[in-house]
Ligand binder design. Structure first.
Ligand code: NI
Length: 266
Protein backbone atom coordinates (compact mmCIF):
# COMPACT_ATOMS: atom_id res chain seq x y z
CA UNK A 1 0.00 0.00 0.00
CA UNK A 2 1.25 3.45 -0.94
CA UNK A 3 0.16 6.83 0.44
CA UNK A 4 0.27 9.79 -1.93
CA UNK A 5 1.00 12.50 0.62
CA UNK A 6 0.54 15.41 -1.79
CA UNK A 7 -2.01 15.40 -4.59
CA UNK A 8 -4.30 18.17 -5.87
CA UNK A 9 -6.97 15.89 -7.34
CA UNK A 10 -9.72 18.49 -6.81
CA UNK A 11 -8.35 20.98 -9.39
CA UNK A 12 -9.98 21.57 -12.77
CA UNK A 13 -7.40 19.49 -14.68
CA UNK A 14 -9.32 16.47 -13.34
CA UNK A 15 -12.85 17.74 -14.01
CA UNK A 16 -13.42 15.33 -16.90
CA UNK A 17 -12.29 12.11 -15.25
CA UNK A 18 -11.72 12.67 -11.53
CA UNK A 19 -13.38 9.45 -10.33
CA UNK A 20 -11.54 7.34 -12.89
CA UNK A 21 -8.24 8.88 -11.80
CA UNK A 22 -8.97 8.06 -8.17
CA UNK A 23 -10.13 4.52 -8.91
CA UNK A 24 -6.98 4.00 -11.00
CA UNK A 25 -4.90 5.12 -8.05
CA UNK A 26 -6.72 2.81 -5.62
CA UNK A 27 -6.45 -0.16 -8.00
CA UNK A 28 -2.72 0.44 -8.36
CA UNK A 29 -2.27 0.25 -4.58
CA UNK A 30 -2.43 3.97 -3.75
CA UNK A 31 -5.26 3.82 -1.25
CA UNK A 32 -4.69 7.02 0.66
CA UNK A 33 -4.62 10.41 -1.03
CA UNK A 34 -3.69 13.48 1.01
CA UNK A 35 -5.03 16.74 -0.41
CA UNK A 36 -3.13 19.98 0.29
CA UNK A 37 -5.23 23.10 -0.11
CA UNK A 38 -4.26 26.09 -2.31
CA UNK A 39 -6.50 29.08 -1.49
CA UNK A 40 -10.07 29.90 -0.38
CA UNK A 41 -11.53 28.92 -3.77
CA UNK A 42 -10.24 25.33 -3.57
CA UNK A 43 -11.62 24.45 -0.13
CA UNK A 44 -15.12 23.46 -1.28
CA UNK A 45 -14.05 21.32 -4.27
CA UNK A 46 -11.49 19.63 -2.01
CA UNK A 47 -14.05 18.85 0.72
CA UNK A 48 -16.54 17.62 -1.87
CA UNK A 49 -13.98 15.08 -3.05
CA UNK A 50 -13.38 13.95 0.53
CA UNK A 51 -17.13 13.42 0.90
CA UNK A 52 -17.16 11.25 -2.22
CA UNK A 53 -14.14 9.18 -1.17
CA UNK A 54 -14.12 9.36 2.63
CA UNK A 55 -11.99 6.24 3.04
CA UNK A 56 -9.30 7.44 0.66
CA UNK A 57 -9.09 11.25 0.64
CA UNK A 58 -7.86 13.41 3.50
CA UNK A 59 -8.06 17.24 3.39
CA UNK A 60 -5.61 19.88 4.58
CA UNK A 61 -6.15 23.61 5.04
CA UNK A 62 -3.78 26.46 4.24
CA UNK A 63 -2.86 29.28 1.89
CA UNK A 64 -0.24 28.38 -0.75
CA UNK A 65 2.65 30.90 -0.85
CA UNK A 66 2.19 31.33 -4.61
CA UNK A 67 -1.33 32.58 -3.90
CA UNK A 68 -0.29 35.16 -1.32
CA UNK A 69 -1.23 38.57 -2.76
CA UNK A 70 -2.83 41.86 -1.78
CA UNK A 71 -5.81 40.00 -0.30
CA UNK A 72 -3.77 37.60 1.81
CA UNK A 73 -5.22 38.74 5.15
CA UNK A 74 -8.73 38.14 3.86
CA UNK A 75 -7.64 34.74 2.54
CA UNK A 76 -6.14 33.84 5.90
CA UNK A 77 -9.37 34.87 7.66
CA UNK A 78 -11.32 32.54 5.40
CA UNK A 79 -8.98 29.66 6.22
CA UNK A 80 -9.23 30.42 9.91
CA UNK A 81 -13.00 30.50 9.74
CA UNK A 82 -13.03 26.95 8.29
CA UNK A 83 -10.64 25.79 10.99
CA UNK A 84 -12.91 27.14 13.69
CA UNK A 85 -15.81 25.06 12.40
CA UNK A 86 -15.96 21.27 12.92
CA UNK A 87 -13.58 19.81 10.36
CA UNK A 88 -11.42 16.85 9.47
CA UNK A 89 -8.26 18.64 8.37
CA UNK A 90 -5.20 16.48 8.90
CA UNK A 91 -2.59 19.23 8.37
CA UNK A 92 -1.93 22.90 7.69
CA UNK A 93 -0.81 23.05 4.06
CA UNK A 94 0.40 23.83 1.79
CA UNK A 95 2.23 26.78 3.25
CA UNK A 96 5.75 28.16 2.93
CA UNK A 97 7.53 30.52 0.57
CA UNK A 98 7.95 30.70 -3.20
CA UNK A 99 10.40 33.27 -4.54
CA UNK A 100 10.81 31.62 -7.95
CA UNK A 101 8.38 33.73 -9.99
CA UNK A 102 8.68 37.02 -8.12
CA UNK A 103 9.47 38.53 -4.78
CA UNK A 104 6.78 41.22 -4.76
CA UNK A 105 4.97 39.68 -1.79
CA UNK A 106 7.98 38.42 0.12
CA UNK A 107 6.98 40.16 3.35
CA UNK A 108 3.36 39.01 3.03
CA UNK A 109 4.63 35.48 2.38
CA UNK A 110 6.69 35.61 5.55
CA UNK A 111 3.72 36.81 7.61
CA UNK A 112 1.35 34.22 6.11
CA UNK A 113 3.86 31.43 6.76
CA UNK A 114 4.39 32.43 10.39
CA UNK A 115 0.67 32.87 11.00
CA UNK A 116 -0.08 29.40 9.69
CA UNK A 117 2.76 27.80 11.63
CA UNK A 118 1.08 29.38 14.67
CA UNK A 119 -2.19 27.64 13.80
CA UNK A 120 -0.41 24.31 13.44
CA UNK A 121 1.11 24.67 16.88
CA UNK A 122 -2.17 25.74 18.41
CA UNK A 123 -4.05 22.80 16.86
CA UNK A 124 -1.29 20.22 17.12
CA UNK A 125 -1.33 19.59 13.35
CA UNK A 126 1.66 18.93 11.07
CA UNK A 127 2.61 21.47 8.39
CA UNK A 128 3.20 20.80 4.70
CA UNK A 129 5.86 23.16 3.39
CA UNK A 130 6.26 24.41 -0.15
CA UNK A 131 9.80 25.78 -0.58
CA UNK A 132 10.80 27.13 -3.96
CA UNK A 133 13.96 29.22 -4.21
CA UNK A 134 13.33 29.95 -0.56
CA UNK A 135 15.28 27.56 1.70
CA UNK A 136 17.14 30.41 3.41
CA UNK A 137 13.98 32.38 4.14
CA UNK A 138 12.16 29.31 5.40
CA UNK A 139 15.06 28.16 7.54
CA UNK A 140 15.30 31.62 9.12
CA UNK A 141 11.65 31.41 10.15
CA UNK A 142 11.74 27.75 11.23
CA UNK A 143 14.94 28.25 13.24
CA UNK A 144 12.83 30.60 15.36
CA UNK A 145 9.50 28.81 15.25
CA UNK A 146 10.58 25.20 15.63
CA UNK A 147 9.52 23.44 18.81
CA UNK A 148 9.51 19.90 20.15
CA UNK A 149 5.89 19.54 19.05
CA UNK A 150 6.14 21.05 15.55
CA UNK A 151 6.11 18.42 12.82
CA UNK A 152 5.80 18.45 9.08
CA UNK A 153 7.19 17.73 5.64
CA UNK A 154 9.15 19.67 3.06
CA UNK A 155 7.04 18.68 0.09
CA UNK A 156 8.74 18.12 -3.28
CA UNK A 157 12.16 18.31 -1.69
CA UNK A 158 14.81 19.14 -4.30
CA UNK A 159 17.66 20.50 -2.18
CA UNK A 160 21.08 19.07 -1.48
CA UNK A 161 22.51 17.11 1.44
CA UNK A 162 23.12 20.34 3.36
CA UNK A 163 19.47 21.39 3.14
CA UNK A 164 18.27 17.88 3.94
CA UNK A 165 20.41 17.77 7.07
CA UNK A 166 19.19 21.19 8.18
CA UNK A 167 15.58 20.01 7.80
CA UNK A 168 16.18 16.76 9.67
CA UNK A 169 17.94 18.61 12.47
CA UNK A 170 14.60 20.20 13.42
CA UNK A 171 13.56 16.78 14.70
CA UNK A 172 9.98 16.54 13.46
CA UNK A 173 10.36 16.98 9.71
CA UNK A 174 10.38 14.63 6.73
CA UNK A 175 11.21 15.02 3.03
CA UNK A 176 8.48 14.56 0.41
CA UNK A 177 9.87 12.85 -2.71
CA UNK A 178 8.04 12.80 -6.05
CA UNK A 179 8.55 12.62 -9.80
CA UNK A 180 11.67 14.82 -9.81
CA UNK A 181 13.70 11.89 -8.46
CA UNK A 182 13.13 10.06 -11.77
CA UNK A 183 14.45 12.90 -13.96
CA UNK A 184 17.64 12.16 -15.81
CA UNK A 185 19.54 15.21 -14.60
CA UNK A 186 18.22 15.09 -11.02
CA UNK A 187 20.83 14.96 -8.28
CA UNK A 188 18.22 13.76 -5.81
CA UNK A 189 19.09 10.04 -6.09
CA UNK A 190 22.64 10.84 -4.95
CA UNK A 191 21.37 13.10 -2.16
CA UNK A 192 18.92 10.44 -0.94
CA UNK A 193 21.72 7.92 -0.54
CA UNK A 194 22.78 10.05 2.44
CA UNK A 195 19.27 10.20 3.90
CA UNK A 196 17.76 7.14 5.66
CA UNK A 197 14.42 5.96 4.32
CA UNK A 198 12.81 6.68 7.70
CA UNK A 199 12.75 10.35 6.69
CA UNK A 200 11.03 9.96 3.33
CA UNK A 201 7.41 10.37 2.25
CA UNK A 202 6.13 9.59 -1.24
CA UNK A 203 4.06 12.12 -3.18
CA UNK A 204 3.04 13.11 -6.72
CA UNK A 205 2.02 16.80 -6.53
CA UNK A 206 -0.58 15.88 -9.19
CA UNK A 207 -1.33 17.35 -11.69
CA UNK A 208 2.21 18.77 -11.70
CA UNK A 209 5.70 17.23 -11.95
CA UNK A 210 4.91 13.84 -13.54
CA UNK A 211 7.63 11.18 -13.27
CA UNK A 212 9.42 9.65 -16.25
CA UNK A 213 7.91 8.38 -18.62
CA UNK A 214 5.04 10.89 -18.35
CA UNK A 215 6.94 14.19 -18.48
CA UNK A 216 4.94 16.90 -20.22
CA UNK A 217 1.66 15.13 -19.40
CA UNK A 218 -0.78 15.56 -16.53
CA UNK A 219 0.43 13.80 -13.40
CA UNK A 220 -1.93 11.55 -11.42
CA UNK A 221 -1.66 9.63 -8.18
CA UNK A 222 -1.24 6.14 -9.71
CA UNK A 223 2.06 7.37 -11.24
CA UNK A 224 3.54 7.41 -7.74
CA UNK A 225 4.39 3.77 -8.47
CA UNK A 226 7.19 5.03 -10.74
CA UNK A 227 8.59 7.06 -7.86
CA UNK A 228 8.46 4.02 -5.57
CA UNK A 229 10.26 1.93 -8.21
CA UNK A 230 12.99 4.55 -8.46
CA UNK A 231 13.48 4.43 -4.70
CA UNK A 232 13.99 0.65 -4.96
CA UNK A 233 17.04 1.47 -7.12
CA UNK A 234 18.24 4.24 -4.84
CA UNK A 235 17.94 2.38 -1.54
CA UNK A 236 18.56 -1.15 -2.84
CA UNK A 237 15.71 -2.59 -0.80
CA UNK A 238 12.57 -4.41 -1.92
CA UNK A 239 9.57 -2.63 -3.30
CA UNK A 240 7.60 -3.96 -0.31
CA UNK A 241 10.06 -2.35 2.06
CA UNK A 242 9.76 1.02 0.29
CA UNK A 243 5.98 0.85 0.62
CA UNK A 244 6.04 -0.31 4.22
CA UNK A 245 8.44 2.32 5.52
CA UNK A 246 7.14 5.34 3.58
CA UNK A 247 3.54 4.47 4.48
CA UNK A 248 4.47 4.11 8.13
CA UNK A 249 6.22 7.50 8.00
CA UNK A 250 3.15 9.14 6.45
CA UNK A 251 0.71 7.40 8.77
CA UNK A 252 2.63 8.57 11.82
CA UNK A 253 3.11 12.15 10.66
CA UNK A 254 -0.51 12.68 9.58
CA UNK A 255 -2.05 10.29 12.16
CA UNK A 256 -4.15 8.64 9.46
CA UNK A 257 -5.00 5.48 11.37
CA UNK A 258 -6.19 7.61 14.27
CA UNK A 259 -8.32 9.65 11.85
CA UNK A 260 -9.99 6.54 10.40
CA UNK A 261 -10.77 5.24 13.89
CA UNK A 262 -12.32 8.58 14.76
CA UNK A 263 -14.48 8.48 11.61
CA UNK A 264 -15.59 4.90 12.24
CA UNK A 265 -16.60 5.72 15.78
CA UNK A 266 -18.56 8.68 14.42
NI1 NI B 1 1.30 21.24 -4.12
Amino acid sequence: MIIDTHTHLYVEQFNEDRSEVILRAIESGVQKLLLPNIDSSTIDPMLKLVEEFPDNCYPMIGLHPGNVGDDYQEELSKMRERIDRPNNFIAIGEIGMDLYWDKTYIEEQRIAFRTQIGWAKELGLPIVIHARDAFEEIFRILDEENSAELKGVFHCFTGGVKEAEHILSYGGFKLGIGGVVTYKKSELPEVLKEIPLDNILLETDSPYLPPVPFRGKRNESSYINYVADKLVDVYQVSRQEIERITSKNADELFRLTEQSTKTTLG
